[in-house]
Design a protein around this ligand. Structure first.
Ligand SMILES: NC(=O)c1ccc[n+]([C@@H]2O[C@H](COP(=O)([O-])OP(=O)(O)OC[C@H]3O[C@@H](n4cnc5c(N)ncnc54)[C@H](O)[C@@H]3O)[C@@H](O)[C@H]2O)c1
Length: 330
């Protein structure tokens, strides 16, 4: 029996993500939590004739989160404010850092063994926040904490197909680093199947993958950021994890993880100058992150310059998240 919870379930991402989880044959129970509107979203989803039993909770002075999380195997967190035009993901830190801290505190108390998938931005910092909160409660297991970077992977294959033709589903692109602007590094020299990007198109394609989110923010014109494509990407990652939990082998997905706690992570950590968190393709298994792969040694010179930029940005983002929970004495 698999119980999934969505925290921030009434939002632009939360609703379509909850729909996809509700109709997934991999989910037996789906619990929805948000500070608003979950009774409506829950009633609506509960009429779908899928096998998942849907329950919905509001805060109820702290009891709602407890009820939503108790017995949960996988928690997906898309709670928090999205960007408006002109904002970076880092601009969201002020509000979303506290939201993620409080929700992950709930996870630590009520479902400490659950897989935790963080969607709330800035992912580069909110995942370190989650890790610190879980460490404080002595329940941190790096193999169960994932920063969801799948939208960058989804966009990369779509935009590659735009350039070279064919179907987006034909291409698998490893995207590494973090989840914001220059910290997103698509390794286009390692597309499977082997695909040559014309050199005059390369830089624009990399920029489009790095800043694809801005296209949506601009087009939505002040009403939010990617929600439907994010719900799809978040669901695909959750689905991969649940398939791996059920015993399917050979499932590898890029995701932002705490390197020291995942097998293979130490080699990646060395390759990225000692950063604690980095997104790389990770093999998933019954216990979560089974092994981090290291595609960095095969990066070409251009990708190495992109990686240098990513490392600089990530270093600050990671410290900012960690220090929010565990300030170092100055
Ligand atoms: N990882 C990614 O690739 C990616 C992509 C797009 C958006 N995002 C991020 O996802 C987050 C959500 O985006 P959205 O478009 O769904 O926003 P939204 O405003 O539509 O929805 C957010 C929901 O979170 C809820 N919420 C706020 N505080 C809460 C709390 N303390 N507990 C529970 N729920 C709470 C709100 O009530 C709302 O329903 C944003 O931070 C956004 O930047 C991440």
């Amino acid at each position: 029996m698999v119980k999934a919870a969505v925290l921030g379930a009434s939002g632009g991402i939360g609703q379509p993500l909850s729909l996809l989880l509700a109709i997934s044959p991999l989910v037996d129970e789906l619990s929805l939590y948000d500070v608003v509107n979950t009774p409506g979203v829950g009633a609506d989803l509960s009429h779908i004739n899928s096998k998942a039993k849907v329950t919905a909770y509001l805060p109820e002075e702290g009891k709602g989160l407890e009820k939503a999380l108790t017995g949960t195997d996988i928690v997906v967190i898309p709670a928090g404010i999205p960007r408006k035009p002109g904002m970076t993901r880092d601009d969201l830190f002020k509000i979303n850092a506290g939201i993620v801290r409080d929700l992950v505190t709930g996870v630590a108390k009520y479902s400490p063994k659950a897989f935790v998938l963080i969607i709330s931005n800035p992912v580069n910092s909110t995942v370190p926040i989650a890790a610190e909160v879980l460490k404080k409660h002595e329940v941190f297991d790096a193999t169960k904490l994932f920063g969801v970077t799948s939208l960058d992977v989804v966009r990369a294959s779509t935009f590659v197909a735009d350039v070279v033709g064919g179907s987006p589903t034909d291409y698998k692109v490893p995207v590494v680093g973090g989840h914001s602007g220059e910290t997103i590094v698509p390794l286009l020299s390692q597309i499977t199947p082997k695909t040559e990007i014309p050199s005059d198109k390369l830089e624009a394609l990399v920029k489009r993958i790095q800043f694809g989110g801005d296209e949506v923010v601009k087009a939505k014109d002040g009403t939010g950021s990617a929600t439907l494509s994010m719900a799809y990407a978040g669901f695909k990652f959750a689905e991969s994890l649940l398939r791996a939990v059920k015993g399917e082998t050979g499932i590898v997905e890029p995701t932002y993880v705490y390197l020291d706690g995942v097998a293979g992570g130490k080699e990646v950590k060395e390759a990225v100058g000692g950063l604690d968190f980095f997104a790389v393709p990770v093999e998933l298994g019954p216990t979560g992150a089974v092994r981090a792969t290291n595609p960095l040694p095969q990066a070409n010179e251009y990708e190495k310059t992109l990686l240098e930029e990513a490392k600089k940005g990530l270093a600050g983002n990671i410290v900012k998240g960690t220090e929010f929970i565990t300030p170092t004495s100055k």
